[in-house]
Design a protein around this ligand. Structure first.
Ligand SMILES: Nc1nc2c(c(=O)[nH]1)N[C@H]1C(S)=C(S)[C@@H](COP(=O)(O)O)O[C@H]1N2
Ligand SMILES: [Mo]
Length: 329
């Protein structure tokens, strides 16, 4: 819209204002129709495999292995997918905004090219991977539940590759017991890093065996396209049996370490957020129950039971045998 129109609006010209509002409504309607059509297209694009997906100038090949084996391993689910619109307009990404509805617009201009991820620490072959190299790992579709500690959940068709594949390349040494992750720190590009809402950069961590688990994903896309900024472009972690905040976004550094690394939400409120943060309906958050959740897209005021390890108990319970899950929450 030209500055002349803006001036006219301010001067209170009724005709212009009405036109402006009509145009706005038209644009919003058109955008909605556009996104519905795009979503339908994506649904169709996801089915045949392997399939090449294009967004901008990046190319992702999605291999979709046999689905019986996939559901046994937890790699997929036949639950209804959350709408693309919800996945990309209801986000937690405090580097851009603390309002879930405000992240998408605050992150819309975020530049993710070029992008490097430095992998080092207790490894034989420390390596910095450019995004192009990361996209050369065979990319798979993984349909995972995402359960936020706040009590809402989604079902998201990610694209990515197992973190284990990256770690194998750098050869962790025998001393490596944990993996530490770091989000980009650049307040010019992530404006909320100018504020003190969290200690920056956002950091997360996993035990090495959790990091090597086949469900642990480095996601590069969703719904067959490269990740939009609000979902952690160009590469983020997804650990589906843990609360969402473990799934750190826009990663620039991965470090193999000997001791349990600091994690952002644990630093912020240690009695509320532990290192492990496994989804557990029996262990309440100090301020609310975790027994139930609201699936985004379900009718309002409906809820579902939260499942142990977010439904991935068969695949991951063995990692925690003998551990007191209340103490190591
Ligand atoms: N760097 C960074 N990573 C982050 C967050 C964040 O604020 N900053 N929020 C976390 C939380 S609380 C959740 S629930 C998920 C949300 O991912 P989504 O917006 O793609 O659904 O990202 C996680 N990763
Ligand atoms: Mo979250």
């Amino acid at each position: 819209m030209s500055s002349k129109n803006l001036y006219e609006l301010k001067s209170g010209d009724i005709t212009d204002k009405k036109d402006y509002l009509n145009r706005r409504q038209f644009i919003r309607g058109a955008a909605l129709v556009g996104s519905t059509a795009a979503t339908a297209l994506l649904y169709r694009k996801l089915n045949p495999a392997p399939v090449e997906k294009l967004k901008g100038d990046s190319l992702v090949t999605v291999a979709k292995p046999d689905s019986a084996a996939n559901s046994r391993d937890g790699f997929t689910t036949n639950e209804k997918l959350t709408d693309l619109h919800e996945i990309t307009n209801y986000n937690n990404f405090y580097e851009f905004s603390t309002s879930k509805e405000g992240v998408a617009s605050a992150a819309s201009g975020f530049v993710t090219k070029p992008w490097d991820v430095a992998v080092g620490g207790l490894v034989n072959k420390p390596t910095t991977f450019g995004l192009e190299e990361l996209l050369k790992f065979p990319q798979e579709e993984r349909i995972y539940r995402l359960r936020c500690v706040e009590g809402w959940s989604m079902v998201i068709p990610w694209v990515g590759f197992p973190l284990a594949k990256l770690l194998e390349k750098v050869e962790p040494t025998a001393q490596a017991k944990y993996v530490a992750f770091q989000t980009l720190y650049d307040p010019k590009r992530m404006p909320n890093q100018e504020t003190g809402v969290l200690d920056w950069p956002y950091v997360e961590g996993l035990r090495l065996d959790e990091a090597m688990h086949p469900l642990t994903l480095l996601a590069t896309g969703l719904y067959g396209e490269t990740l939009p900024p609000q979902d952690g472009a160009p590469i983020r972690l997804v650990v589906p049996w843990k609360y969402g905040y473990k799934s750190i976004k826009s990663i620039v550094k991965i470090t193999l370490v000997a001791d349990e690394p600091p994690t952002t939400w644990n630093l912020q409120a240690p009695n509320e957020y532990g290192f492990y943060s496994n989804v557990n309906p029996k262990v309440s958050h100090p301020r609310w129950s975790q027994a139930q959740e609201r699936r985004i897209g379900d009718p309002l005021f409906t809820s579902r039971d939260t499942l142990m390890f977010n439904g991935y108990e068969q695949q991951v319970a063995h990692l925690y045998e003998g551990m007191d899950l209340r103490r190591y929450h």
